[in-house]
Write a protein that binds this ligand. Structure first.
Ligand code: NDP
Length: 333
């Protein structure tokens, strides 16, 4: 099996030299084990945090261990009754073309007609559910409200805009980092307005597209986006803090928002969250999302990189915005 390991802990922006490709030979299956041929593995921004040797909501990667993370594949050999050959499974064993482990590490998922397996890593999986939980359990979105989404053309962001619409949001606006992405937000993802945060200060651009202020801010970016949103929030507004990618590769402490006092005067709620704390919403999310998808109400984009050995480059490109929608790696197998 070809696997990718963390070879060195990056300072600032990671480079290809921080990763190593290794060959691992598995033994015969032990009782209760299964062998899975991965079809897609996920690269995600949170992995950058795990490359640092600091405590977070997931433990840091160990040097010289295969990078763990979400993957989807098919069972090719099984010594477990619960996880039979042919089943589609998701798991967290990460950047490898073949995974072999005890059956308890694998979740059998139903195949949805018309849905590529890769969507289990995106809109039908973790990133879709992050969007749903952030809008509902965290922000308490109400029909008719105005929603602002940062990082709107990424995996989570494209899901947020659509789910907000399906839940009855009034106005949905978003920001992204290229003209192509901005165009897609309004033409394909149901955004009423969108802007390129690289064109002009976010503060000014957000002001121009939210004449009625913002009720719910779904933040994937932090920094200047969070500050701009704090300026535009209506009384009683909620900010779902999902990520802060603008600072993930920073080597100095980022500046804090200069207008946090608006949270006091406007009665705002800022609530951060990570998905592992909200997995009990899984069944509700799966039921709703499967229904929306089957009814043809869900659009998606994926940026697919071929070859497990290219996972590090896919990850580096993701951090620089080369993806539209979910970035996934297709294994050669
Ligand atoms: P994306 O698909 O959104 O990919 C990352 C995107 O971030 C890039 O495409 C790039 O798009 C954008 N970006 C990079 N640097 C900057 C910057 N300095 N300013 C603004 N945008 C930037 O990844 P995901 O959808 O997987 O994740 C989005 C966010 O959600 C991340 O912050 C991630 O950590 C968080 N997350 C949180 C979870 C949770 O449980 N709380 C679960 C999953 C994700 P562009 O071209 O627009 O710059």
């Amino acid at each position: 099996s070809t696997q990718i390991q963390l070879a060195a802990r990056p300072t600032g922006w990671p480079t290809p030299d921080d990763f190593r490709t290794v060959q691992v030979t598995y033994g015969d299956l032990e009782p209760g084990q299964v062998r899975v041929a991965n079809e897609f593995v996920s690269v995600d921004p949170y992995m950058r945090g795990r490359m640092n040797d600091v405590k977070s909501y997931v433990p840091p990667y160990a040097l010289g261990e295969t990078m763990t993370g979400a993957a989807v594949g098919r069972v090719v050999e099984s010594a477990s009754d619960e996880v039979p050959v042919g089943a589609v499974v998701t798991h967290q064993l990460g950047w490898r073309d073949v995974a072999q482990a005890d059956a308890k590490h694998f979740q059998v998922v139903p195949e949805i007609p018309g849905a590529p397996l890769s969507l289990r890593l995106g809109i039908l999986g973790m990133t879709g559910m992050t969007a749903y939980v952030g809008l509902t359990a965290i922000a308490g979105l109400q029909p008719g409200e105005t929603v602002f989404v940062s990082g709107a053309a990424g995996a989570v962001g494209t899901a947020v805009g659509q789910i907000a619409r399906l839940l009855g949001a009034g106005r949905v606006v978003g920001s992204a980092g290229s003209p192509e992405k901005v165009e897609l937000l309004t033409s394909k993802y149901g955004y009423d307005a969108a802007f390129n945060y690289k064109d002009a200060p976010v503060r000014r651009q957000l002001h121009d597209v939210t004449p009625g202020g913002v009720d719910v801010f779904f933040d994937n970016v932090g920094g200047d986006h969070l500050e701009a949103a704090l300026d535009r929030m209506n009384d009683g507004g909620r900010l779902a803090l999902c990520g802060a990618i603008s600072a993930y590769n920073a080597t100095e402490r980022p500046a804090g928002p200069d207008n946090l006092a608006n949270a006091v005067t406007r009665g705002l709620t800022l609530k951060g969250f990570t998905l592992p704390g909200y997995l009990h919403h899984g069944p509700e999310f799966q039921r709703l999302m499967t229904g929306w998808f089957t009814d043809g109400k869900i659009a998606y984009d994926e940026t697919v990189v071929d070859g497990i050995e290219n996972a590090p480059q896919a990850f580096l490109d993701l951090m620089r915005g080369a993806n539209i929608g979910k970035m996934v790696v297709r294994t050669a197998g």
